[in-house]
Design a protein around this ligand. Structure first.
Ligand code: G4P
Length: 529
């Protein structure tokens, strides 16, 4: 039996990530969340990574900056009686497969929506990834200090486009210049918004009871009347919060506020820390591993290279699935069949990168890595385990890569295969010719790859455009049909870095035709490591 202190440590952890479309307010919310977690004193200290701040071609600069911001890759802080781990999801042009895979390492997500815009493209994509594990989602409708769309309509959009019921927990009173605060449906109280307090924790003014005449005095008769009408409507027409449905990813609690004005973020954080699941169990090839098991297990979901170009310091980010990490402990690198003593794992207390003495299931630790750790690797205390559910994702951008000096083809291939194992990029080799095609989900990945090929593999490569729209990993139980497909589709088939057969479609229409024509062949958007 695990002792109670150990279980308490695990049960108080909440590990989540933020999903949003660029500019919806993720950076601003992160900052306010850290403010409430007392991890920073005043807002304005977390470096934003907005698109305007980076020249596109200057990835080295960006990495340098990231050397600092890696400390914000994982942020751990206490809130109420919980210990929260917030995992950063790279967003603008640093959007990459890491963003997707980070979502496979959390137990819940906060979805931030710009309430003036509604559900946007990137959010849709990220939500697709959370669906792989039915991750519970908390929603924050942001930018209420601006003129927003009808909140009912935006919730409808979430329901129909993301296929998830919405249960409003707070309801806005006005918006834009007229934004007065929210009514908390569960607490039956109005919480008033005060402008000009975006950088500190506000003194909160609340009014108890929806019929309280103080509301009219505070927000004006008209807004008070509208609020009462809307609340009646909302209570009748929208879903009530249901913990079971939330935990199965079918319903999302919805909060309204303004991250910039620092209003509503605390309501959301209270809901999230109360309802989001404690560290969940996780499937491995042979069995489900519970967080409360005493023996340490974990898996690697991200490798960050060159954080400090001087040290060639690569960090493998590991989610602890069960047990406890202790400084100096021995863990087994299952794929290599090797036991290693780890004395210098990195933890992420309150935005500070520091050497961990101990860490528990639900936490993220960083292992120093000199090329022996790959994405998807499992670590254990002796058990031959292989965690599943840390996939590759089908790239959405493709370029042909070519050498300036054709004699170095071998190094190029070696470099690309290694970089693909690390998850920096994916590489495809068409069956019909000697092209090398690089695939990525974010544009910065291309630049990272050529820069790293140059510094680490001494090859200078350039890109050429190529007409590939998307890739799908293919396979079939039916060998006859598969052979037939391979013959017919030969021109569009390629092998990826791990020699897996891939269909590279010149257009989406082409892909749709192929999936219709070969119903016995599976076209997969993800591939397990
Ligand atoms: P992101 O990380 O999701 O990309 O978004 P970020 O927080 O950087 O916010 C994008 C822009 O939206 C920023 O403005 C930010 O100040 C603004 N913003 C965030 N939350 C709110 C809000 O509640 N209300 C209003 N009105 N604006 C909000 P920017 O001008 O692009 O950047 P900055 O120069 O102000 O940093």
């Amino acid at each position: 039996m695990a002792n109670q202190d150990f279980l308490n440590e695990i049960n108080k952890r909440r590990t989540f990530a933020i999903i949003s479309h660029p500019d919806a307010g993720k950076t601003t919310i992160t900052e306010k969340v850290l403010l409430f977690g007392r991890a920073i004193q005043t807002a304005g200290t977390v470096k934003g990574r907005g698109s305007a701040q980076h020249a596109k071609s200057d990835w080295m600069e960006m990495e340098k900056e990231r050397g600092i911001s890696v400390t914000t890759s994982v942020m751990q802080f206490p809130f109420n009686d919980r210990l929260v781990n917030l995992l950063d999801t790279p967003g603008h042009e640093d959007f990459s497969e890491d963003t997707y895979r980070t979502l496979t390492a959390v137990d819940s997500c906060l979805m931030v929506i710009d309430a003036a815009k509604g559900v946007e493209d990137r959010t849709r994509k990220l939500m697709e990834v959370t669906r792989l594990r039915d991750t519970p989602i908390v929603t924050f409708m942001n930018k209420l200090d601006r003129d927003i769309r009808d909140p009912m309509e935006v919730m409808d959009e979430v329901e129909t486009e993301l296929n998830m019921l919405c249960a409003p927990i707070t309801w806005p009173i006005g918006c834009g210049k007229e934004f007065k605060g929210v009514y908390h449906l569960h607490r039956d109280e109005v919480i008033l918004y005060q402008t000009g307090q975006g950088h500190t924790i506000q003194d909160v003014k609340t009014i108890k009871g929806i019929d309280n005449p103080e509301i009219d005095a505070a927000v004006g008769d008209e807004l008070a009347a509208t609020l009462r009408d809307e609340v009646e409507l909302v209570q009748g027409a929208s879903s009530e919060f249901d913990l079971e449905l939330f935990l199965s990813g079918e319903l999302t609690p919805v909060y309204f506020g303004t991250a910039l004005g620092n209003f509503g973020v605390d309501h959301m954080l209270e809901g999230l820390t109360e309802w989001a699941p404690a560290p969940m169990s996780r499937a491995s090839k042979d069995r489900e591993v519970a967080a409360s098991e005493e023996k340490f297990t974990g898996f690697v979901f991200k490798i960050q290279a060159n954080m400090d170009p001087k040290h060639r310091d690569r960090i493998a980010f590991m989610r602890i699935v069960s047990g406890k990490y202790q400084k100096g402990m021995k863990m087994r690198h299952v794929r290599l069949g090797k036991d290693i003593a780890v004395s210098d794992a990195v933890t992420f207390m309150a935005g500070d990168r520091s050497a961990a003495e101990e860490a528990f299931a639900g936490d993220i630790i960083g292992l120093h890595n000199h090329g022996t750790i790959q994405i998807g690797d499992t670590f254990s205390q002796g058990e031959e385990l292989k965690f599943t559910g840390i996939p590759n994702f089908a790239p959405e951008m493709f370029r042909r890569i070519r050498l300036k000096d054709p004699l170095k083809q071998k190094q190029l291939l070696k470099g690309l295969v290694q970089l693909s194992e690390e998850g920096a990029v994916q590489v495809f080799r068409p069956l019909r010719n000697n092209d090398l095609i690089v695939g990525a989900v974010g544009v910065l990945q291309f630049e990272v790859v050529t820069a790293r090929l140059k510094t680490e593999y001494k090859v200078e490569a350039i890109y050429e455009s190529i007409s590939v729209a998307t890739a799908r990993w293919v396979g079939s139980e039916n060998t006859t049909k598969m052979n037939e497909f391979e013959k017919k589709a030969y021109d569009n088939l390629a092998l990826d870095g791990g020699d897996n057969l891939t269909y590279i479609a010149p257009t989406m229409v082409n892909l749709n035709l192929a999936t219709e024509r070969y119903p016995d062949v599976e076209f997969r958007k993800t591939r397990e490591h």
